[in-house]
Ligand binder design. Sequence first.
Ligand code: NAG
Ligand code: NAG
Ligand code: NAG
Ligand code: NAG
Ligand code: NAG
Length: 946
Amino acid sequence: MVPLFSLFILFLKASCVCSWLADKCLFYRDVEEFPVATTCAGKTNIAECHHVTNIKEDLRGLPSNLLNLCIQMERDFHGALAPDSFSRFASLEYLEIVGCLSEIPPEAFNELTNVTSLTLSFLSTEICCEVALDFSRLSSLNHLSLSQYSISSLAPNVFEMIPQLQELQILNVCLKDISEVICRLAKAKSLKLFKLEEYELNRLHYPNCSVFNISDGYISTEFEIEKVHFYLGIVEHVDEGALEVLGNLFILCFVSNTDFLRDLSLFGVHKIHTLRVRVDVLNVDDLCNAAKLYSVESLEVRYETINLPPTPTNISHGCEDIKGIVLKGNIYVYKIVNVLDVYSVFQIFRNLTIVNIIKHVLRPNDFLSLCSSFPQTVKRLSFMILSTNNIDKIISHQFLCFSVLEILDLSISNISNIEDFAFIGLHKLKELNLCSNKLSYIYQHAFSGLYELMVLDLQGNPIIHIEPESFGHLINLSVFLLGDLNFPPDVPLITLHFSDIFGIIPYHLSNVFISSGLRPMQLVIRNNATLGQGLNFHIKGKYVTVEGCNSSLLTSVVTLKINAAYMNCGNEFIGKYVRSVVNLEFESMFSDNIGDLAVINQLVHLKTLHLENIELTKQPNLATMFHNLTKLQMLILKNCRMFFLDGSLTKDLKALTGLVLMPKDNVNVLQNLVEHLTSLKYLHLLGLGLYCNCDNAWLVSWAKDNRKVQVAMFRPTMKELQCLTDNGIDHLNFVDYSKTCSFDIEFVFFTSTTAFLCIFIIVVLSYKFAGQYIAPFYHIASGCLREALHVNGKHQYRYDVFVSFSGKDEHWVMEELLPNLEQRGPPFLRLCLHSRDFQLGQDIVENITDSIYASRRTLCLISRNYLGSNWCSLEMQLATYRLQVEHRDILILVFIEMIPSRLLSSHHRLARLVKTRTYLDWPREPEMHEAFWDRLWCKLSSNKTN
Ligand SMILES: *[C@@H]1O[C@H](CO)[C@@H](O)[C@H](O)[C@H]1NC(C)=O
Ligand SMILES: *[C@@H]1O[C@H](CO)[C@@H](O)[C@H](O)[C@H]1NC(C)=O
Ligand SMILES: *[C@@H]1O[C@H](CO)[C@@H](O)[C@H](O)[C@H]1NC(C)=O
Ligand SMILES: *[C@@H]1O[C@H](CO)[C@@H](O)[C@H](O)[C@H]1NC(C)=O
Ligand SMILES: *[C@@H]1O[C@H](CO)[C@@H](O)[C@H](O)[C@H]1NC(C)=O
């Protein structure tokens, strides 16, 4: 008997330990389905796996028709890649492995004949992964990317063996000599793009390929690679003609210690499309020479100082063919002092379409004089990026001659003033970026003439005044970003009259962001404008109140993003005024003035809903909050506090495909949560904290067994997930804990058989024991029966109240409760206390059952001690059984001390009672005690005579 029993237990344990939990990989049939998406390339049939240690095992649950697969090996994992690792995924087109494997045999890639793109990278700052690679099985491979994988470990003909290879990217591969790369490329005939980024290679030697068996070590003919990108660090030495075999470079980027023109001549190439150099002192003459010699079209230079020729119009031009230029001053200085003479720059580079100037002092008058003397020099300029400079102010008519400019970026440039008519002449301007400047006043005519403008970015400016109709000319505006409003610093509430700053709200307006930073804001909308399309509205502030909530502008809102403690109309959450909203994101700050969010259940068009930092436990109508949302596809509850997640929340969410739960503190997740979610595909449980409660136990087997829904956890994984025990301090491993709850069929079958055998033996061996165990059940049953028979009749109770309390609270019972209840009246109450009224010699369970049924009501005195006591828990359990049978108000709860909700929610039965029944709190203030006793006495003595 006993050996058989232990064998059973052993079998049970073994089957649990071996179970596999699918929480390392995520699969997306379509990236669009799930906004909290992947970084893996590709659009359809994508899988992303993390913390992988065994590819075959960890990827077991993935479908075999995968097209894109990205694998991140566990950090510090250095095992080998087994042959046929991916043979199940024959349709695969893109494969990415991050990590360093000790061995990658060619057979590892068996069956991957459709893979066209492969990326191997190793995330390390110093060392490279030393492993031999052979891609010959990847017969369709045309794009290969290696990063931090040592190139010297590869066979000389490694790239030759990939007949279709068109693009090769190599990033930080610990090169000791340029030959290691160039000689391996010599016979890669199909290559069209080659990109090398190697910042530690300081000396470029003439390639000597004799070790690679290339005849004499010399490569005789030039490579025919269409585009070569070379990114190097500091170049200390170059052998003459070191890069000759490459012929043309598409991009060359390097740091020159001395004379970059001389370095360029040593490289030995003929043409450089884009030249990027870093030098200490830049002579613009040299730059123009280089441009002419190498037919450069685009230049990017970083320098400490720049020497412009004294009379720019006279220098022999090479720079006039340049189309794009980036001039970067010393990017490490905080205080920008180097003045750049824009007047001269545009005369030297007189055919630019793109200019980007960074870290200089720019003088508005230079632009003005340029427009009056040489307006034709900017007649092709369509992009001008003047970000991160020191500009101070924009003066009237400054850009008058920039007639084809489409994008003007003046962000982060210390601009504190924009004069009226500053942008006159920019007829084609579509985007104007003024973010992160020091603008405080917006004048009425500052943006005059910008009729084509579509995007205006004024974020990050300390704006204290906007004149009415300042944005009135922007009739084509679509994106409008404004902040951080700081209206008169001494006024407590910032008031923005949204309609007044425009006059007429632009018909094409589609994206609006308004921020008052850390200050509260009142938004006034007095306009019934109709817009041509839905409006995406993002608002940020300490809190926001809205006036004019009935405006049709709010009815146009399709996306509403709130970063504020609350956004209210009057005292209500704005919800019901944005009826058309499809995406709602509300990031609060656990504010109490948030209003009743239950109006969300009227937003029937919602497709995505994201709630963050919200105290959902204080929401009176949480249970109905998500009702009617039959179109909702994505629900994100991030860092919200709640006790339960159950089916009442999700009953209407039939279209929900993605659910992201990142609760603050611990929760109980009941199985009926997922019951109605018939379309659910993804469940992300990130940073999940659970109570050790058997109601949660379903998650383990459900996450493992259900085929339809992917459960993602990453860290902690299901195996590592800890749960919080009843004492609020200790943690247990959740998977182990949940095994103690398991009630699957085999287990029930097994236990019932065992129980039968045990009972049989016990009955046979000892009547004495049998009597003792059957007694309590008899009492419960007979209690029920008695009750059933006396439904309408009168029942004589021995006591009025059975008091269930912890022995540790006895002093309170004796000193406070007894005198206040038994001596108050008439009628006088008869109390039953276990310490006083239990019959000596009787079994304790029997005594409890007896007393509960002999009393009209049960009073539970809840305290921490009470929650910790098993007897109390039994008493409450028996009382709730009675409650369920009798459906009368027989159970009364009194909290004699504050119990943190965290602690409470782990006591499931009690938490549920608290949710559904009224209860009393023992007031701390002595003057409230009398009222408390009155209420309690009334409640206990009501219907005393029935
Ligand atoms: C490989 O690609 C070809 C052409 O795109 C396709 O016909 C074939 O079905 C693919 N093989 C597998 C196993 O999916
Ligand atoms: C190339 O290297 C081999 C041996 O490493 C050496 O014998 C030969 O002289 C070198 N050739 C040149 C041109 O440097
Ligand atoms: C300026 O560039 C255009 C093409 O963008 C070219 O046709 C023209 O010749 C260039 N002008 C000068 C002066 O180089
Ligand atoms: C806009 O129109 C609606 C209905 O036509 C009206 O109820 C509301 O008061 C109007 N709002 C404003 C700000 O004029
Ligand atoms: C949504 O559901 C709630 C309760 O479930 C109901 O009271 C309300 O009327 C419904 N609202 C709409 C707009 O259907």
